[in-house]
Design a protein around this ligand. Structure first.
Ligand SMILES: [Mg+2]
Length: 386
């Protein structure tokens, strides 16, 4: 059966969420960045007109767009909006794969009898998301993942593009080679040397030629140039690691402040792990100093965990073991090395652990019901332990 894959991408996601929460910012250049000294996390379309782009240093963005509205990253708020978007998508099909905070693939093959023609489905999704979050998105539908992604980039913002099998050949004629996924800087250089600009140019050479030049990537490239690509949509692919990090507004050597941030980050990471029903064995602490020197330290625990408390305790130990000879610019916590499946509670009670699990569950419930700003765990040092 010919598959139909839908790709959805929210428009200028972080910046749009801020414009929803602060309507006075609609139509203004909005730039989201970690702090004065971080990099741009997102820019509204108005800011992009000034040349502001993601990952650009904030000072550079300020130079390009001095009248822009610069806002801190509210990661939890964006997660919340993302969650609402994904809930809308989950109602469309069980085959939804979230690939980033604001992007997902949906396999919509054979859903016509349920949702009507593709144009109707697009309208339905866009309206539901708008209704739920006041946000706009752009949608692409095509026979496979990479074409669907290309389609969703074609009509941004608040647009849509449908690519049918018979349109593919014409599309590839003019498709710039850098739009094909998997073309890194090295391959791009090869392409340039060979005078290849569009996808069809690839077909001037044989598959054997490409395999010789690029190895296995040569097969993929040759297939993409024919419009062939993966179609599998894997629902809710579990992340391989969960982490949270923050750049401070000003460098700090204040241990109490660092601990406070670690609590929040452990909470965020723990909640993420519990949401995905995974536990991890390796806890990593990342510290970037004022001099930009970065250090990471990890501990692998005997037992996998998703407990906020254990993540915090472990990260704190790592922090205390570091000699802080200079002020800290950024701190972060991550959990990786996931164990598969959730284990059952041991029959032999470990009261401390059980209490922590109950506390985590209770806080997660409040969080899910009232949103992330409803509750902030007290300093973990103040939570009773036995
Ligand atoms: Mg986006």
């Amino acid at each position: 059966m010919v598959r139909r894959i839908l790709h959805i991408d929210m428009d200028a996601f972080y910046a749009s969420v801020e414009q929803v929460d602060h309507p006075e910012l609609v139509g203004k250049p909005v730039v989201i960045g970690g702090s004065q000294r971080g990099v741009v996390a997102a820019a509204s379309y108005e800011a992009r007109k000034f040349g502001v782009r993601s990952a650009m240093p904030i000072f550079e963005a300020r130079r390009l767009c001095p009248d822009g509205v610069f806002l801190p990253v509210r990661r939890q708020r964006y997660q919340e909006a993302s969650h609402q978007v994904m809930q809308v998508l989950d109602a469309v099909s069980p085959l939804v794969e979230q690939v980033s905070i604001d992007e997902a693939f949906i396999d919509i093959t054979g859903t016509k009898s349920l949702h009507g023609p593709e144009t109707a489905l697009i309208k339905k999704i866009k309206e539901a998301i708008k209704h739920r979050t006041c946000l706009t998105c752009t949608i692409g539908i095509a026979p496979n993942r990479f074409l669907a992604k290309i389609a969703s980039e074609m009509n941004k913002p608040d647009g849509w593009t449908i690519i049918n099998g018979e349109d593919v050949a014409a599309l590839l004629q003019n498709l710039p080679i850098n739009k094909i996924p998997g073309i890194g800087p090295k391959t791009a250089q090869v392409m340039k040397e060979l005078g290849i600009r569009t996808a069809v140019d690839v077909l001037r050479f044989s598959q054997e030629f490409w395999v010789k030049r690029l190895g296995k990537g040569g097969v993929d490239l040759y297939e993409r140039a024919h419009g062939i690509g993966p179609t599998a949509v894997i629902p809710h692919r579990a992340p391989k690691s969960c982490s949270a990090e923050d750049t401070f507004a000003a460098d700090t050597g204040d241990m109490e402040k660092l601990k406070k941030w670690l609590v929040c980050q452990a909470e965020e990471v723990g909640r993420d792990l519990r949401k995905h029903r995974v536990k991890g064995k390796t806890i990593t602490l990342k510290v970037k100093f004022a001099s930009f020197k970065t250090m990471t330290r990890s501990t692998t625990l005997p037992k996998a965990t998703h407990s906020t408390r254990i993540i915090y305790d472990t990260a704190l130990k790592l922090l205390l073991a570091l000699k802080l000879t200079e002020k800290v610019r950024l701190i972060g916590v991550g959990v990786s090395n996931f164990a598969v499946g959730m284990e059952q509670r041991s029959l032999f009670p470990n009261t401390f652990l059980h209490k922590q699990e109950d506390l985590d569950r209770a806080l997660d419930r409040i969080h899910n019901k009232f949103g992330c700003e409803a509750i902030l765990r007290g300093r973990i040092g103040e939570i009773e332990s036995d």
